[in-house]
Design a protein around this ligand. Structure first.
Ligand code: EPS
Length: 396
C-alpha cells in the first residue's frame, strides 16, 4: 500500500511529505524533483511569493541510498524561504475571507485567529504534493507511463486544440504538452495564450483574479489498473478525488464527459476494432477508463479552477471581533494559478496511478513489480491479446 502524508504551514519553516510503500529500486534524484517544483512555481499570473521569494528545492532526508529508494519511508523537505521574513508575533486575523477555508476552520476547529486556518489551508502545501508526485512519476516511468498537463481556458478565453479531448491520441497529447511547456501560461494554442495573458493583465489591474480549465493526462498507462468490482476501487473516482483535492479546483471531468452527455449513445462509445492483427480503439471518449479500469488508452481528465479567493478588490465579510461588516483582509496573492494547478494535478494523477500500480503489481521491489507486469501484459494489454483468443476461436 502506498501512502502519502504532507505537513507544514505556508509561512512555517518548511513543508514535508512522507511517502511510504514505494518499492525499493526507484531512481530518485533531487534535481528531477526540483524540476517539477520549479514548474509549479512559474506560470503567468503568479504573485511575488512564488516568483520572487520562494525557490523551492527539495531535501530528501530518508528512504533513499545511492540514488535509489530502499523501501523505507521517504521524507521530502522543502524549506519556506518566507519563514525568515515572518514577525515573531503576528497580529490576529479576525475577519474570514470568503472562498477560503477561514470560516470553515472556525466552524470546524473552533479557531478564532483565521491566520491559523490559512497557514495550513494555503495552496503552498501543494509544493509537498508535487515533490511526492515526482517520485510517483519515476515509478510510472519504469512502466513506460508519462503524465502531463496543459491549460485549456483562462477566464473566458479558450484554447483551440483543433478537435475535442476524445480525439487526442498519445502523439497529439505529447505535442500539446511540449507546446504548453514552452508557453508562459502553459497553453498549447499561441493565439489563445496571448489573449489569456491579456485577461490576466486586465484582472491584475482591476484588483481581480481569474480561474480556468486545464487538462491533465497520462499516456502509456498499463491496462487493468483500478477495478469495477467495488465502488471505492473504481479508478475514475479515485482520480477525480485526487484532482478535486487541489485548492480552488471545483470540477473534474473524465474524458470529454460533458460533451459526451449531449451525444447519442452510438457516438459516445469508443469502438473496439481489430486492425492489422491488433486490438485497437476508435476515439477516446471514455478518457482511458471503462468500468473504473484503465483500458490502455490515454487517461484524460479536465478540471475547472475557480478564480482565486484572495482579491485586492473589496469583498464583504464580517469581523468576528466586532460583529460588524468589514472588507476581507488582503495582503498579496496570485492573479491566476491555473498553470500551476495543472502541474499539481500531474502530481495527483501520478500519485493515484502509482497507488493503483502498487495495488496491482506489489510494492516491495521494482524489479518484482516489473516482472509481475510483464507476466500479465502478454494477455491483457490491448494490442497484445493472443489473436486466437481474441477472435473467439478457442470456444471460451
Ligand atoms: C496562498 C497565498 C499566497 C500564495 C500561496 C498560496 O501566499 P502568501 O500568503 O504568502 O502571499 O503565494 O502560494 C504559494 C506561496 C505557493 O508556493 O503556491 C494561499 O493563501 O493559498
Amino acid at each position: 500500500m502506498l501512502r502519502l502524508l504532507t505537513a507544514g504551514e505556508s509561512h512555517g519553516p518548511d513543508l514535508v511529505a512522507i511517502v511510504e510503500g514505494l518499492p525499493a529500486g526507484i531512481r530518485v534524484e533531487a534535481p528531477t524533483l526540483d524540476r517539477d517544483l520549479a514548474r509549479r512555481q512559474t506560470g503567468y499570473g503568479r504573485g511575488a511569493r512564488s516568483t520572487r521569494i520562494e525557490r523551492d528545492l527539495v531535501e530528501v532526508t530518508s528512504g533513499v541510498r545511492g540514488g535509489r529508494t530502499t523501501g523505507a519511508p521517504v521524507t521530502l523537505r522543502i524549506p519556506n524561504r518566507d519563514f525568515a521574513n515572518q514577525p515573531s508575533n503576528p497580529a490576529r486575523l479576525t475577519a474570514p475571507r470568503p472562498g477560503h477555508a477561514d470560516l470553515a476552520g472556525r466552524m470546524k476547529y473552533g479557531i478564532d485567529d483565521f491566520r491559523t486556518v490559512r497557514e495550513r489551508a494555503s495552496a503552498r502545501e501543494t509544493a509537498a504534493r508535487v515533490a511526492a508526485g515526482a517520485l510517483a512519476k519515476e515509478l510510472l516511468g519504469s512502466f513506460g507511463a508519462r503524465v502531463g498537463s496543459f491549460v485549456l481556458q483562462i477566464a473566458d478565453v479558450g484554447a483551440n486544440l483543433g478537435g475535442g479531448l476524445g480525439h487526442l491520441d498519445e502523439g497529439a497529447l505529447a505535442r500539446l504538452f511540449s507546446a504548453a511547456e514552452a508557453d508562459p501560461v502553459r497553453c498549447p494554442d499561441p493565439s489563445a495564450s496571448e489573449r489569456m495573458r491579456a485577461a490576466i493583465d486586465g484582472a491584475r489591474s482591476g484588483g481581480e483574479t481569474v480561474g480556468g480549465v486545464f487538462c491533465v493526462f497520462a499516456t502509456g498507462v498499463p491496462a487493468g489498473l483500478g477495478s469495477y468490482v467495488q465502488w471505492d476501487r473504481k479508478l475514475d473516482g479515485l482520480l477525480a478525488r485526487g484532482v478535486c483535492s487541489i485548492p480552488a479546483v471545483k470540477g473534474v471531468e473524465v474524458g470529454p464527459a460533458f460533451e459526451v452527455a449531449a451525444m447519442p449513445g452510438t457516438r459516445a462509445q469508443d469502438s473496439i476494432e481489430w486492425r492489422d492483427g491488433r486490438l485497437a480503439r476508435g476515439t477516446n471518449m471514455a478518457g482511458g477508463l471503462e468500468g473504473g479500469v484503465t483500458n490502455g488508452r490515454p487517461v484524460v481528465l479536465r478540471a475547472a479552477m475557480k478564480p482565486l479567493s484572495s482579491v485586492r478588490a473589496r469583498v464583504p465579510t464580517v469581523d468576528f471581533l466586532t460583529g460588524h461588516a468589514a472588507d476581507a483582509p488582503y495582503v498579496r496573492s496570485d492573479v491566476c494559478a491555473v498553470p500551476a494547478a495543472g502541474v499539481v494535478a500531474e502530481a495527483m494523477v501520478a500519485w493515484v496511478l502509482a497507488e493503483a500500480l502498487v495495488d496491482r503489481f506489489g510494492s516491495d521491489r521494482l524489479d518484482a513489480m516489473l516482472a509481475a507486469w510483464h507476466a500479465v501484459s502478454s494477455s491483457d494489454l490491448p494490442g497484445d491479446v493472443p489473436p486466437v483468443a481474441a477472435r473467439g476461436e478457442t470456444g471460451q
